[in-house]
Design a protein around this ligand. Sequence first.
Ligand code: UD1
Length: 420
Amino acid sequence: MDKFVIRGGNPLNGTVSISGAKNATLALMPAALLAGGTFHLQNTPALRDVNTMAALLRTMGVAAELKGHTLTLDTGGIRHFEAPYEHVKKMRASIYVLGPLVARYGQAKVSLPGGCAWGPRPVNLHIEALRKLGAEIDLREGYIFARANRLAGTRIHFDVSSVGATGNTMMAAALARGTTLIENAAIEPEITQLAEFLVSMGARISGIGTNRIEVQGVDELHAADVQTIPDRIEAGTFLVAAALCGGTVTLKNVLPDHLAAVTAKLQDAGASLAIHPDSVTISRTSRISPVDVTANIYPGFPTDMQAQWTALMSVAEGTAVVTDSIYFDRFKHIPELIRLGADIEVKDNAAVVRGVRRLTGAKVMSTDLRASASLILAGLVAEGATEVLRVYHLDRGYEAIEKKLRTLGADIERVAGEEF
Ligand code: UD1
């Protein structure tokens, strides 16, 4: 397992290009199961999670090849309808194959994902929605066994707004008989892109981008191409890095609308931002002001940016409260930030972050993607050397993060090894 060695203290200056969105890609790839043919997904990020999804689709008979940032999927030879535990345990987004498989092939066997590093993450909403659409579902031997003749349109009201359950339901409903109404649907940009992709495949969907989505089922869909939207979480992470380290950084290939919650909070914290149609420039010269955030569904502050914001607030001039109202126990990064000298206390689903004048380098590690990102950020401003172990978590969701940070002037290197 590789580690990163960071010597903190350098300001960041220059331009960085943001990759395609991981969470959009992980929804677009399984959508290809809904039709036979050749799909091209442009601007696909080269990430471990994308490789994991490609490997899963290959077990079903899909030919998947990533060349540069173009992913080609050929779905002409699908023969297997199973998502084995070996894949699902690596990546919960594997659950996205459930809806397409049941809708097109009338059968699916998908491992239950179980918990994740920071706590339970149920899939009950996915299962209930498919049952409502007429699938027969059994849960046994750690698997979801689903069968259906043809799914039938229905009304689905989600008690909780869920990105994954909205995506799965839209994909299933696209091939159902009749109309499906999805209420309290997720409006995250990745779900909007999935809906638009389905439409380009021949689906009939209205209310896209709202929390009331109507899907009129069709008999057949066809292959299509798509340009994946930029990753708003990668972009947010680089914005926070620049705010932490000081200097002037321009992000290219971004959609600033998708970053609004983060850029507004950064301005409150004392950063200057110049926002253009597809780029954002950030600079900071004064100290960081404390700013509370509450992670919430889109367009609220993203839960996937909560850990990075905590790293920023750990060196602010005062106390900030970082609350997560989506995942109540997503605070595994806090004990590690404390090892770097941060002063943070967790109370229920909130971290009370008392800014300190300096962090100091140490060995740290984390068990999930965004927590690891927050440790990199803290390492960039800590005095001395910080070693972030188990960087494979970062490789799941950030393409070449150390190379991008180095071009901005950070002192960070990847050290290959076995025992980290
Ligand atoms: C997606 C993102 C993840 C992000 C999360 C919230 C992908 C691949 N992952 O995850 O990075 O952190 O959105 O923005 O896109 N819930 C249930 N039952 C369910 C499903 C969800 O109770 O069946 C709850 C969850 O526990 C959570 C809330 O709904 O409290 C939102 O989760 P959800 O939007 O489903 O997250 P994911 O799609 O798993």
